[in-house]
Design a protein. Structure first.
Length: 584
């Protein structure tokens, strides 16, 4: 093996790692909506959590990435430790898919069918198709598929290049001497763990082992302990990721480590005992790519079958090593570990925004109730809710901006833009809730009061604004386009009502039946209520426009007001519902 073989080995390794990363990234991006569906299933039963972990890992081609996600979910409070354990076990089985894909490089045979199965035969065609899709297609989904094909091609070419580069090692005595060290199972486990910890991917380290197997110098006896060690090495990523997280997140990473350490210890002991007690001639036979894929799958499935019934014991072990704190920990609402999987991050942002929306609308409902029944304790609660809404706007805005730098599907990108639009409107609604409270406090402190006529008029406006809020919140929470379509005509009625109430107040001032001081408060109340309706209109318009992947909210509002006959009918219906009684 000369310097050129070394260069080919390095180049092949780089291609291999780049292809694996590229394929996993764009598979994840293309499967964004499917992954969000899987997220909901993660929180169900044991078997569903296991299947979810398996499926997600098979899609993104990395058990380390899945486990880091689980740590993020546990840190955010989305997932309990018991649920996390099931997903982690599924991830350990899902990671075997990569080895089976890579085993295709070892296919041999002279028949046309066998030649067609070899990656060197079909990957050039995939590369051509992928390049054409990336260069000439205008559809982002087709471009993503093209990148997946190119990633797969790079993966396979890298694998072939590595295999060719190391093929000459079988003639090198020093290489054979090194491999004999790994016939010692303990050294094999340590070697596998160390390699995987360095490159932080068990799939990649299994691929490297498969490439080395092409020399014909690696036996089953040497390969099996290395494979066992790779499962321990892959825990490094999750352990590093858990630093500085909540106790549940650290426990999830610890479960991943203990699962693999216990599984490896038991299987290694059984393997060594079997070697000592039973004649197993295959242990000395050379292993190929397919053999490594089989050994990898058998080992991971065996560990899962062994420990899946013992999830409760693993949970108890993790809780004993990381005990509960005396002071309850605050969960992180948005975990940056999820940024690497945008589909999950978007779903989490959506959930946090829903919480923010409920808080903001709840604050406004309480503030409206204060207009007729002032309570200082409730007023303080409203201010706390406004502070919460501010906090959510800050963390969501920062998180969504960071998320926008990640490769996302078109659907996820649209959802991200929608949430960025919406959080500002929900935050402003909570601001107007505090403004209303301040107006009520001014009335109480100065012993002011509205006339009976003004109170009746205000009840009408409050009714219209409350219905607007209910419709806007329903439109957002349920993505209800029909509810969203009702908001804009009702908001127009609110605008009209506000002007009518302002005109009537001026008339009362002229007649001397209302004081100027009360008039200032009255004007502030009307303005805040009308602006809440404006923000509800923005929310509903955003829901409608984003459902059509459009971002021009002002154009949409103008169009429905001017051109839609349904709008006029809805407007008239609401105008009749909230019509003022004549005071002439």
């Amino acid at each position: 093996m000369d310097i050129f073989d070394v260069l080919n080995l390095v180049g092949g390794l780089c291609l291999f790692l780049m292809g694996m990363n590229l394929m996993g990234e764009y598979l994840e991006k293309s499967a964004g909506s499917s992954l969000k569906g899987l997220l909901a299933r993660m929180t169900t039963g044991k078997m569903m959590g296991f299947i979810t972990g398996l499926a997600v890992t098979a899609i993104i081609q990395s058990s380390s990435a899945t486990t880091v996600m689980v740590v993020g979910f546990a840190n955010s409070g989305i997932m309990t430790l018991k649920q996390a354990i099931n997903v982690i076990m599924g991830a350990n089985v899902g990671t075997t898919a990569t080895a089976w894909i890579l085993s295709l490089t070892g296919i041999e045979g002279d028949s046309i069918f066998m030649k067609l199965l070899k990656p060197s035969s079909f990957t050039p065609v995939l590369a051509l198709i992928g390049t054409a899709m990336c260069m000439f297609s205008k559809s982002s989904r087709k471009k993503d598929v093209g990148m997946i094909l190119l990633g797969f091609t790079a993966l396979m070419y890298g694998m072939n290049t590595m295999s060719d580069a190391v093929s000459g090692l079988k003639e090198v005595p020093a290489f054979t001497n090194i491999l004999t060290l790994f016939t010692n199972p303990v050294l094999g486990v340590l070697a596998g763990a160390l390699l995987t910890a360095i490159i932080q991917s068990s799939s990649a380290s299994v691929g490297i082992l498969q490439a080395l197997s092409s020399t014909g110098s690696i036996t089953f006896g040497a390969a099996i302990p290395i494979i066992m060690g790779q499962n321990i090495g892959t825990c490094v990523t999750a352990m590093i990721s858990s630093v500085g997280t909540s106790r549940n997140a650290r426990r999830a990473a610890l479960v991943h480590l203990s699962f693999n350490v216990i599984g490896t210890s038991v299987c290694l002991a059984l393997f060594c005992a079997a070697k000592a007690l039973i004649d197993m001639p295959f242990v000395s036979d050379p292993v190929d790519e397919m053999g490594i894929a089989v050994a990898h799958s058998v080992f991971n499935i065996s560990c899962t079958l062994l420990l899946l019934p013992l999830t409760g014991k693993l949970e108890q072990l993790a809780c004993r090593i990381v005990p509960d704190a005396k002071v309850e920990e605050k969960q992180s609402e948005l975990d940056e570990r999820l940024l690497n999987t945008p589909a999950f991050a978007i779903q989490r942002c959506r959930e946090v925004t829903e919480t923010m929306a409920s808080i903001s609308v709840g604050a406004m409902r309480s503030a409206i109730a204060q207009l007729t029944n002032y309570n200082p304790a409730v007023a303080e609660t409203i201010r706390e809710q406004e502070n919460e809404a501010d906090h959510y706007e800050d963390i969501l805005g920062t998180y969504l901006v960071k998320l926008s730098a990640q490769p996302m599907s078109e659907e996820d990108s649209t959802e991200s833009a929608k949430l960025l639009h919406l959080i500002g409107d929900f935050e402003r609604i909570s601001d107007h809730a505090v403004n209303l409270v301040e107006s009520v406090e001014e009335i109480a402190n100065k012993s002011l009061s509205f006339s009976d006529e003004a109170r009746k008029e205000l009840e009408l406006l409050v009714g219209a604004v409350s219905e607007t809020m209910d419709l806007a919140l329903k439109a957002f929470l349920e993505n209800d386009i029909k509810a969203a379509a009702l908001v804009e005509p009702l908001e127009e009625v609110v605008d009209t009502l506000k002007e009518q109430l302002r005109a009537r107040h001026i008339r009362r001032l002229q007649q001397g039946s209302c004081s100027i001081e009360v008039g200032f408060v009255w004007s502030d109340v009307l303005t805040n209520l009308e602006r809440v309706a404006d923000h509800c209109s923005n929310i509903a318009g955003c829901v409608i426009e984003m459902s059509h992947a459009s971002y021009d909210l002002h154009e949409h509002l103008h169009a429905v007001r001017e051109d839609d006959p349904t709008f006029a009918a809805l407007y008239q219906g609401y105008a009749n519902k909230y019509a003022l009684v004549s005071n002439d």
